[in-house]
Design a protein around this ligand. Structure first.
Ligand code: ADP
Ligand code: MG
Length: 631
């Protein structure tokens, strides 16, 4: 009897705080979002002791008068929505009206605010829910909110806070998300924003230039200027990604069916072991969405190895009424009303761009001077530098006159089929002999080294090709095309090859009879536990039939339940390409190399093998000249 009581408002706030405020970084997020929502162009975040001691956020936004300042810290108070219709059209980052009340219930808070047209500022102090009176004070326009001693009356929560280093790293992550979400986005994006923002008066900062600073224990960690471009901002936030180097990042954009997508994609070469470097923003809000993450993964299928994650900064703009943000207390997840559309638009935008971009890996050469110095005399530093400089000087002086590329040295000769669209013999396309004896280099612009790699000259340098990886990619695409068109061509074996079946394998063959037929593999029983291979696909002429069929049965045996038909077929074709491809260590004739190079020109994603490893590394003349200090 009488066991149930109504919780007082402060308890309610503290409970709400449990959902929204997990650690200092959550406070930083809520306060920065508030500043953005009120139109700030400058936000300074000051932290002490990882946020345990102090979190202070100052902005130059619209500010609050005395009445609003007192109200802002009461529960369920907001200026951002008024009725249920507004809930379906949320253009601000916040709308639940509970962040300030929650924060004030678990810390000592001091807020100072002044609107632009008021002469004096107002100030309020709240100690774990005990609200003091609003006083007049003097301050610049805008708002400063200081949060001290977070969780100090909740020892259980405070105990869970980690070291200052860990807490500041969480704060940096929140700061980064906000800094990217509201970055100044450049021309193309800008135009699209103007067109797309359903509510032009909206205080959403997706198209605003915002100056941001983050200071920890008096040391400035970031100072981001409002008019820097996206690349610059990412480069400052993620120095390790070398976003500044244009070759490593690709921009893509699409604008269809009310959905604007703008994305900065890392090349497969700078993929990571975690998905930490995938940032998705929806109308300026950082979100997590497993469908979109999957679309990114799919877009890179075959371009990065399966256990690696591409780097991607993805910005989506769409009408606010097309999704619901009111599904998660910290709004990190949203519900799209048409998630299939979002998925397919993202996939198409990324995939198209990736397939039409030359993703060859550029060689990363060591710094020229140190290489020379090391090779000449490993011990004496300064002297080596002098020698290196002297050599460079010599090379510079004795540099031969620049010549235009000679006939027979251009890329056209590698890919003789470029004109007709079909593979033809290299010799047929060679320019008519001028009568002069051709040098070896003129006849052939490639060599095979260690029977594994092909070094081939290109118009502006040379490439090193992994013969197995490239042939694997070519074969994979051939196989996919043929299978899509029906079945693989096969050839009867003159002498059928037979092999023993292990227990259960006959069933596997029977179950996948259709797949065997598609692949052009004909099998016939040859005794109680023996099978004979009677026909085998011509495309896989390089593979040993028995080995291949046995491995195929092994694969089908293990994978059958886990994968759907399409994925299974893809795995089979992957395996077939790997087994049917030229091996490393296999000597190739010149015409085989020519064929390989010719096929390369017609293969989509030729820069990566089907497992996502690079097939080609490109060296440019500029790189070489730099190395030899010719420039
Ligand atoms: P919400 O952001 O969901 O509205 P909050 O509790 O975070 O809820 O904030 C309550 C209200 O206080 C906001 O709606 C806004 O009107 C006001 N407010 C909060 N922060 C600021 C600020 N930095 N400048 C001006 N007004 C603010
Ligand atoms: Mg808020």
């Amino acid at each position: 009897m009488g066991q149930i009581i109504t919780l007082d408002q402060n308890m309610i706030n503290m409970i709400a705080a449990g959902e929204v405020i997990e650690r200092p970084a959550s406070v930083v997020k809520e306060l920065m979002e508030n500043s953005i929502d009120v139109g700030a162009t400058k936000i300074t975040v000051s932290i002490e002791d990882g946020g345990r001691k102090l979190i202070s956020v100052t902005d130059d936004g619209c500010g609050m008068d005395a009445e609003d300042l007192a109200k802002a810290f009461e529960p369920h108070t907001t200026s951002k929505i008024r009725n249920s219709d507004d809930l379906h059209n949320i253009s601000t980052l916040g709308f639940r009206g509970e962040a300030l009340a929650s924060i004030a219930s678990i810390a000592q808070v001091k807020a100072v605010s002044r609107t632009k047209d008021s002469a004096a500022a107002s100030c309020i102090e709240i100690d774990c829910g005990n609200e003091g009176a609003v006083r007049a004070c003097s301050a610049d326009f805008g708002t400063t909110i200081q949060v001290r001693d977070l969780f100090y009356k909740l020892p259980a929560r405070r105990k869970f806070l980690k070291t200052a280093n860990t807490e500041i790293s969480h704060i940096i992550e929140q700061f980064t998300r906000i800094a990217l979400g509201c970055h100044f986005v450049g021309d193309a994006f800008q135009k699209s924003n103007e067109r797309k923002q359903p509510n032009p008066q909206s205080s959403s900062a997706a198209s605003r230039s915002l100056n941001l600073a983050l200071i920890h224990n008096g040391r400035e960690l970031y100072r981001l200027s409002g008019n820097q471009g996206l690349r610059r901002r990412i480069a400052e936030l993620f120095p390790i990604l070398s976003v500044g180097t244009y070759e490593d990042f690709i921009e893509a954009e699409s604008d269809e069916k009310g959905l604007h997508i703008s994305v900065l994609l890392g090349t497969p070469n700078c993929s990571k072991t975690t998905s930490k470097f995938q940032y998705i923003f929806l109308n300026g809000r950082f979100i997590r969405d497993k469908f979109i993450s999957h679309a990114i993964k799919e877009a890179y299928r075959g371009l990065v190895e399966p256990d690696r994650f591409p780097v991607a900064f993805l910005f989506i703009q769409m009408p606010y009424e097309d999704y619901d943000v009111n599904v998660h207390p910290t709004k990190i997840e949203v519900r799209f009303y048409n998630s299939n559309l979002v998925y397919s638009q993202v996939l198409a935008c990324l995939r198209e761009k990736l397939l039409s971009t030359n993703l060859e890996v550029r060689a990363k050469l060591p710094v020229a001077a140190s290489v020379l110095a090391k090779e000449i005399a490993p011990a004496a530093g300064r002297r080596n530098q002098n020698i290196a400089d002297a050599i460079a000087e010599f090379l510079k002086k004795h540099r031969p006159a620049q010549t235009s590329p000679q006939a027979g040295f251009t890329a056209r000769n590698y890919y003789p089929a470029a004109k007709s669209g079909v593979s033809v013999e290299y010799a047929a396309d060679r320019p008519a002999s001028s009568g002069l004896p051709q040098t070896i280099a003129e006849q052939r612009n490639f060599i095979q080294i260690h029977d594994s790699f092909i070094v081939a000259q290109t118009e502006d340098g040379f490439v090193i090709i992994d013969q197995h990886a490239l042939h694997e990619r070519i074969l994979y695409e051939h196989l996919c095309k043929r299978i899509a068109a029906g079945r693989l061509e096969s050839q009867k074996l003159l002498i059928p090859e037979s092999f023993e079946l292990a227990a259960g394998q006959a069933d596997v063959i029977e179950e996948h009879a259709e797949l065997f037929e598609k692949l052009g593999i004909e099998l016939a029983p040859f005794g109680p536990r023996t099978m004979a291979i009677q026909a085998f696909p011509t495309l896989l002429a390089n593979a040993a039939p028995t080995d291949f069929v046995q491995d195929l049965i092994g694969l089908l045996d293990h994978k059958e339940t886990a994968l759907n038909a399409e994925k299974l077929l893809d795995e089979v074709l992957n395996m077939a390409a790997c087994k049917g491809a030229i091996k490393a260590g296999q000597k190739l004739s010149n015409s085989e190399i020519e064929q390989l190079l010719a096929d390369r020109a017609y293969t989509e994603s030729a820069s990566r093998c089907p497992h996502g490893r690079p097939t080609t590394i490109r060296f440019s003349m500029t790189d070489l000249e730099k190395q030899f200090k010719r420039t």
